[in-house]
Structures are given as C-alpha cells and as structure tokens.
Design a protein around this ligand. Structure first.
Ligand code: GDP
Ligand code: MG
Length: 451
C-alpha cells in the first residue's frame, strides 16, 4: 500500500498477504543542479545507518547504479518485496499488487542525480558464520550526458561503490565500451579517494543487463551472463591497449564480478501508461521467472557479502565515519578532475585510432611504393595515395571512440596532415629511385669507356 506525501512513496507498515515491514526512500546524496557539485545529507545517512538494527551490526549494502529510466527502481522494488516476505514461495503470488517502494515511474519532476537508501533495514543471519547482519538497499542514478555533470556523476557513483558491498551495474540491452569506461572512471575516482592501493578495493560487482535479446549468443540468467561477460571483459594478445587497460582495471578493482541477463518485461512495462502500476499480471512470464531466480542469487543469506574496508568488517556506525571522511576528500579539491581523466581516456582513444588508421595507409603505400618496389610514375603514385588516404580516413571514422565530434575532427585533421607528410616521403623515395636509375646509367657507361 502506498501513500504519497511530499513526493515520498511510503510503504505503510503491514502484515498483509505475508508481507511484513514498511519504510520509505531517503535521499542520502543529491547532485546540485548547477555547478556539478553534490550535497551529502548527513542526517538522512545517520537516520539509516544508526538505526538500532544497523548501528552495531555488520552491514550488507546492495546498490543498484546506472543511468536514468533503465528500470533500476522497478527492480529494487521487487527486491523490497522479496525481502519483506518470509516465505519465498509467496512473494510473487499476488498478481494484482501494485509495485511500491523506490519511486519508479517516469514522473513529471525532472530526475536528479543522487543516492537513495531504503529507511528500513533487513536483519539476516549468515548461515556459515551465524553472524547477524543488517541488509540495506541503495538506489543510485546519474546521467553521463553533459560535461558539467561528469565530476558530479563520478563522485556519486564513486561514493555508491565505496558504500556498497554488492554493486549492481544496471545496463540496457548490452555492455558497451562506454559503460566499461564509465565504470573505470568512477572506480578509479573511488580508489583515489579511498587510498586502498594494495588490495582489491571493492567487493562484488554484478552487471545486470536488461532487455537482453541476443539469445542466439547467450541464454538469459547467470550462466549466459557469465559467458557473455567473459567475451566482453576478455583481455587478449593484440587487443588495443586502451581496451585491455580498462578491462584489467575493472578486474583489479573487484573481488568478484558477475553478470545476469534479464529478459524484456513486456510492452506494458516498457511503455508504462496510467493504468499500469507494476502488477505482475501485466509482466511477461519470462521476466517474472527470472525475478524468481535473480533475487536469491543476490539476496539469499548464503550469497550476501558483508561490507569490508581494508579487510575489516564494517558496522553501520563505522560506515558513517567512512562516508564523512570520503566526502571531505571529494570536497577538498585534492583529487584530480575526473573530467581530465575522462578526457585523457578520450585522447588516448583517438590517438590509438589515428595510429591504427595511419598504419593502414602505410601498409597500402609500402606495397605500392615501399623500399623494395620499383620506381612508379608520379601520377600513378598520386592516385594510389588518394585512394589509400581515403581508406585510412574511413578506418578512422569506423573505429568507436570516446570524446565526441570535436575531438574526432581534431584527430582526423592530424591524421590528414600526417598522411600528407608521409606522402612527401614516399614521393621523395620514389623520385630517388628514378634519379638513381638515371645516375647509374652514365656511371655504367663510364665504366665501359674506361675498360
Ligand atoms: P530508473 O530511472 O532506472 O530507476 O527506472 P525506473 O525503475 O523508474 O523505470 C523506468 C521505466 O522503465 C518505467 O516506466 C518502467 O515501467 C520501465 N521498466 C522497468 N523495468 C524495465 C525493463 O527491464 N525493461 C524495460 N524496457 N523497461 C523497464
Ligand atoms: Mg529510479
């Protein structure tokens, strides 16, 4: 049952239909609309982490992070429903119940970047240790769309990675190079702020791919996800250095990396509409089946990962101190600008693309007028050069690069200039072959005359 008060969706305390508990979403961190800064709401954070069930217990923080309107809150509300039912067979039995908790509808208010936590914890016992822990849910969102929000996003995502023990990176349809680069950026930022240089700084990472449709390649679920992830994160010989650096960094940062491929939930969910409030009767069966599999994969006590920092178990109380000190570091301005890190990545991307394209030009020209080939008519050489140049520029255009059009134009110009310079060298070498021929003829003649 949901009540709307000041835009806050609250689940009234209930014992109905096997569902126990209540609560509401609390805004912990909020991105400022202008200037790219952010605000920590310390009181709200304390309200959650100093809750009597949390304060002295080890915490497990499950975070779902990613861009807007990709079904994060929708999924978190299923997590809530799963956690608020003690009987696993019952939690998806009510087909009419509206989906409530973190607000998941695309409302009229613009979305803000930030971190939300669910106000009520879930106390669970870890089977193999007998330890009682407090499980908390966290919703993190941002948009890497404008340059001014890069710093804000990097900070917010970094904080959510530092706070959570299980980070779920929610992506639509597939894992793209950009997604990996963003992950690299914000884990690098988190690592800089946390100073954990020697060991794996973070714990569990799950790539959650929504609306998976390449079923011919990989099946839905955990094992299909594992195979897909392996193909995406593979580091192999001959790979562009940029790509392997990103992958090695991600492997370095997390203890455990998994991937789950979710089916499309059906048009009612995707399109939304007024009468749709998340009832199971409107959601595709495949999706519901995978909710049943996914939830215990993340939330069953056997699979919970207790939050540790530098090997030490963290309680709610301790985590407040960590967050306070992290925020101070982010706000002190001592860290390098993440924008410049992003730009450095983009520059490196373009540089590699330019070099590859130049190599393609060189390969073609070497075949036509390299050191071992005979003299070529300069007009023919010019035609070959134009063709090889056009091919090389096309290679450059086809390589996927970060950084946008302005950066691409700059590097395309550079490529053009370097090709023209090379062409001058090729022409000179070609002319020399001709001069050599010309010079050798009289030399031979002279020799004959002398004899
Ligand atoms: P968030 O901004 O990432 O938290 O996204 P929301 O949870 O608010 O969902 C945004 C919209 O996506 C809603 O209209 C949902 O009905 C819809 N949605 C939820 N899950 C999925 C999904 O797995 N696939 C698709 N295509 N849409 C979804
Ligand atoms: Mg949301």
């Amino acid at each position: 049952m949901a009540t709307n008060a000041d835009d806050r969706v609250e689940i009234a305390r209930t014992e109905e239909g096997g569902r126990k508990g209540g609560g509401y979403a609390v805004q912990i961190v909020e991105g400022e609309e202008t200037g790219g800064g952010f605000k920590l709401n310390l009181e709200a954070l304390k309200q959650v982490l100093l809750h009597p069930d949390v304060v002295n217990r080890p915490v497990v923080i499950v975070s779902v992070a990613g861009a807007f309107r990709k079904g994060k809150s929708f999924l978190l509300d299923f997590m809530l429903r799963y956690l608020q039912h003690s009987d696993e067979s019952e939690w998806l039995s009510n087909k009419e119940e509206s989906l409530v908790g973190f607000s998941w509808k695309s409302g009229s208010r613009p979305d803000t970047n930030g971190i939300l936590m669910w106000s009520e914890p879930f106390v669970r016992t870890i089977p193999h240790t007998g330890e009682e822990i407090a499980l908390l849910l966290m919703d993190t969102q941002g948009a890497f769309d404008t340059r001014s929000t890069v710093k804000q996003n990097a900070t917010i995502f970094a904080l959510s990675t530092m706070l959570s023990s299980i980070q779920i990176y929610n992506l639509m349809s597939q894992i793209q190079e950009n997604d990996l680069q963003h992950l690299q950026l914000f884990t690098e930022y988190a690592r800089l702020a946390s100073d954990y240089l020697s060991e794996k700084p973070f714990q569990s990472l799950m790539f959650l791919v929504r609306d998976w449709y390449h079923l011919g390649d990989n099946k839905y679920g955990d094992s299909g996800g594992g195979e897909y992830l392996q193909s995406v994160l593979e580091v192999h010989y001959g790979q562009q250095e940029e790509l392997s650096v990103t992958r090695k960094h991600i492997y370095f940062c997390f203890d455990d990396i998994r991937c789950y491929l979710m089916p499309h939930p059906g048009m009612k969910v995707a399109v939304g509409g007024k009468e749709f409030s998340g009832q199971l009767k409107h959601i595709d069966e495949d999706f519901v089946d995978h909710l049943k599999q996914l939830m215990p994969t993340i939330l069953d006590p056997v699979n919970l990962v207790v939050k540790k920092i530098s090997g030490n178990v963290i309680t709610g109380k301790k985590l407040v101190h960590y967050v306070e000190s992290y925020v101070k570091i982010f706000q002190a301005g001592e860290l390098p600008e993440p924008k410049s890190m992003l730009e450095a990545t983009a520059e490196a991307n373009h540089l590699a693309a330019k070099d590859d394209s130049l190599d393609s030009y060189k390969r073609t020209m070497d075949e036509i007028c390299g050191p071992t080939t005979p003299f070529l008519n300069p007009d023919e050489l010019a035609v070959s050069h134009s063709q090889a140049k056009e091919d090389s520029l096309n290679v450059f255009k086809l390589i996927k690069k970060m950084g946008g059009n302005i950066m691409s134009e700059k590097y395309e110009l550079l490529l053009d200039e370097e090709i023209e310079k090379l062409f001058l060298d090729y022409s000179k070498t070609n002319d020399n072959k001709n001069i050599f021929m010309a010079a050798r003829t009289p030399a031979v003649l002279t020799t004959i005359v002398v004899i």
